[in-house]
Design a protein around this ligand. Sequence first.
Ligand SMILES: Cc1cc2nc3c(=O)[nH]c(=O)nc-3n(C[C@H](O)[C@H](O)[C@H](O)COP(=O)(O)OP(=O)(O)OC[C@H]3O[C@@H](n4cnc5c(N)ncnc54)[C@H](O)[C@@H]3O)c2cc1C
Length: 584
Amino acid sequence: TLYQSADAAAAKTSRTKYDYIIVGAGAAGGVLANRLSEDSTKKVLLIEAGSSDYNNTNIRIPWLAPALTGSTFDWNYTTTPQVGLNDRSIGYARGKVLGGSTSINYMIYTRAAEDDYNRWASVTGDSGWNWNNMFKYFLKLEDFTNSPQVVSASTKFVPSLHNTTGPLGAGLPEVTLATDNIGLQAQQQLSAEFAYNQDVNSGNMIGFSWTPFSIQNGARSDSARDYIQPALSRSNLDVIVNAQVTKVVQTTTSGKTPVVRTVQFQTGSGGKSYSLTANREVILSAGAIGSPQILLLSGIGPVAQSKSLGIKSLVDLPDVGQNLQDHPLLTTNFQVSSSDTLDNLITNTTFQTEQLAQWEATQTGDFTLGACNQWAWERLPSNDTIFKSVSDPSSGPTAPHYQLIFSDLYIAFAGGSRPDGHFLTLISNLYTPVSRGNITLRSTNAFDYPIINPGLLSDKGGFDIHAMTEALKAGRRFLSAPAWKSWIVGEFGDSASAQTDAEIESFIRQNALVVNHVSGTVGMGKANTIAKGSGALNPDLTVKGVIGLRVVDASAFPFIPAAHTQVPTYALAERAADLIKACD
Ligand SMILES: Cc1cc2nc3c(=O)[nH]c(=O)nc-3n(C[C@H](O)[C@H](O)[C@H](O)COP(=O)(O)OP(=O)(O)OC[C@H]3O[C@@H](n4cnc5c(N)ncnc54)[C@H](O)[C@@H]3O)c2cc1C
């Protein structure tokens, strides 16, 4: 049953003994709510701070994704002034709705690199996190179904690497853009640098490839529609929306170890506070900002921080809120001579109205598109000078250092007025950051946002700014291929005059934003060692030093994968569901 508030649910929740209480209904929370309620003998409660409006048109129509950032579906966090970004504070989006960030994200669908998972396995000492074992979860979670037209162009993906019977809809873009052929020709002309990769989700991400999305039948797939909604008819699953968990509380003690199976939650800052205790486990899936915030509010974190705020320390866990990693992003724009670009969807209101009507009638047309049809994921050459002073932060040769997205329109995430004309946007992003940031409490009030410092481009060795610079230069090389001659007129705006490395670096520091992949803030590590840097979670995602509490979401990544993070989170949660069920 879906309840619209903590108060509306109270009559039911006060007489139900839940086996599992899951906090947060994003990528991970949706998977857990579904998988744990498959066993009809287990009672499951899912608590979400946002609304249940996941069928909102802006959520369902892929092309409207940009409208979701800054909307009521976004927590609308802001970072601290970022030293690496010339002291700019930037917006930090996080989904606040049933579906979490999967309902406001850009739907890009990447599993990450084989080496990324193998590194998780080696860092935790648990081979269950390696690529070979995780592969079954990539298959389990997906319904990678494409139209016959895309399937027949079988060079666009490798069908044998995919499943078509899982819950989460995904596939390749169904609309052909004028730039698609040019991109392919450019790849062939520059194949020594940009090899063709038939499937970015094979485990080896390197090269130029087609972009898969969590889009199916022209609409967004997310954890709300594909995991939570199908489970809502089960009598053993209750979901409360508009209810924020304020902390977890010690329930009892086992030997000397605190048992933490109690959650407190309320509707809004002035709402009545409720407390519920799970029979088996409380699972935090509140995301890489929400989960560490709840732990810190509960006295599970660095003891000095608890003390300074007057919070009773339950366990001194130095890594909670630390190790934050994210992917810095840069957009640069190129003016094009053609008028056949997706800029028309923004500037030509007649065309826009037609396309919207087409989507509403048949879920086809340009409104089914995501940010790009093609991209490239590349590594710095192994003889790059930076490796003389900095050891390679990537997990291995299958993982890219950077990503180049080629978008068929003018995009400027920072806002500002849109110039007239037609454009191609290069989005060049760093995927193996050395920089680390953190999350700390601003106060003991759960409704005060925590202090978020992602530490973007702040690493002392300068790897991150160097790799960002090389990424932009590589993107420019790709767009200088002969195939683009008749399309691209030239680089547009301030970036055009940034030519030397020093000029590019200063342009990046003044303009870079973030891909919104916050990860690692309650990272897993080897079992049972709680020293600083050894992880806040055991390899099975249980919180070190307490009993009854797990964290299952992107907080748990010890290293951010060199990829967009929703599929890694879904897959982590699929495995977590099996680990939890195995405790029976
Ligand atoms: C704007 C944007 C674009 C992105 N684009 C992409 C993309 O194209 N491809 C991709 O792979 N990834 C993308 N991501 C990242 C991806 O969506 C996340 O990595 C993924 O959703 C993380 O899942 P999660 O379960 O850790 O957290 P989330 O999905 O963020 O879910 C956490 C949930 O917990 C809830 N919550 C938080 N605190 C509390 C509390 N105290 N009480 C109750 N509930 C709480 C939140 O409201 C939210 O619903 C994007 C993210 C954003 C924000």
